[in-house]
Write a protein that binds this ligand. Structure first.
Ligand SMILES: Nc1ncnc2c1ncn2[C@@H]1O[C@H](COP(=O)(O)OP(=O)(O)OP(=O)(O)O)[C@@H](O)[C@H]1O
Length: 241
């Protein structure tokens, strides 16, 4: 399997504060990584650092061999990072359709033969098709999350970053989003890093797992192996899951 993402000696934080220390891992093409850890251990900081939204103090990030760490956030998006931040950050004054068309980028050369476009997003999330002309302000939390995912997909990224995509959503919406994420990653083979508070649900659809504590990696394993070891999960995450 060829390598997609390589992170080495990464340290990053906010201003002078260093939150992440010496983070390193490699993710293969088409692989899904579950990024786990207790609250405040640096998961969001790592996602944001990949997207270019923190201050990087040291180390390197390469996506498909291209050095990302020197690029501005919009250049990272062009290089293949599709970021769905925890705050979702949809354009609230635009309609659903405008949110998608405002950022849409055609499929990349050598990329998938079936690129993402608004129509494909509507097929995956029929609720969004029904809300096509609604403004961002008129959407429920679940619809906003679907739109945030759709907006990252129409960039036709190489790597999708999902920061707590299920947080605060009703169980029926969680199921719908999990199905969509499984389809995007497992059926369509888009690589992803997913931060989640519900590790079982995400480990079930991931290939690899990384656990952070105090800004450093304290455990890496195959997702299926970690999922089958609830006592290890309990120890690493602190709560029975
Ligand atoms: N904008 C910021 N400025 C300064 N420090 C921050 C900022 N955001 C987060 N931190 C600090 O960085 C550390 C890691 O936070 P981060 O949000 O990355 O953790 P997390 O694992 O994603 O937690 P959670 O699961 O609660 O979202 C915490 O100590 C937090 O206080």
């Amino acid at each position: 399997m060829s390598e997609l993402l390589r992170i080495e000696n990464l340290s990053a934080g906010y201003g002078e504060a260093v939150v992440l220390h010496d983070v390193a891992f490699v993710l293969g093409e088409g692989q899904t990584l579950a990024l786990l850890g207790r609250n405040g251990t640096g998961k969001t900081t790592l996602i944001n650092t990949l997207a270019g939204a923190t201050r990087q103090h040291g180390g390197t990030i390469a996506l498909g061999g291209q050095a990302l760490h020197k690029l501005a956030p919009h250049q990272r998006a062009a290089a293949g990072i599709g970021w769905v931040p925890q705050e979702r950050n949809i354009f609230k004054s635009l309609t659903v359709h405008e949110n998608l068309t405002a950022v849409e980028r055609p499929g990349r050369p050598g990329g998938t033969s079936n690129p993402w476009n608004p129509q494909r997003v509507y097929e995956m999330f029929p609720r969004l098709a029904e809300r096509k002309t609604n403004l961002g302000t008129q959407l429920s939390g679940g619809e906003q999350q679907m739109l945030a995912v759709g907006r990252a997909l129409v960039l036709n990224p190489k790597l999708l970053l999902l920061d707590e995509p299920l947080e605060g959503l009703a169980p029926i919406i969680v199921e719908e989003l999990l199905r969509a994420i499984r389809r995007i990653t497992q059926d369509e083979g888009l690589a992803a890093i997913i931060v989640e508070q519900h590790p079982q649900a995400i480990l079930a659809i991931s290939d690899e797992a990384v656990v952070l504590d105090h800004g450093t990696i304290v455990h890496t394993d195959k997702a299926a192996t970690l999922r089958a070891q609830p006592e290890v999960l309990d120890r690493l995450l602190g709560v029975a899951r």
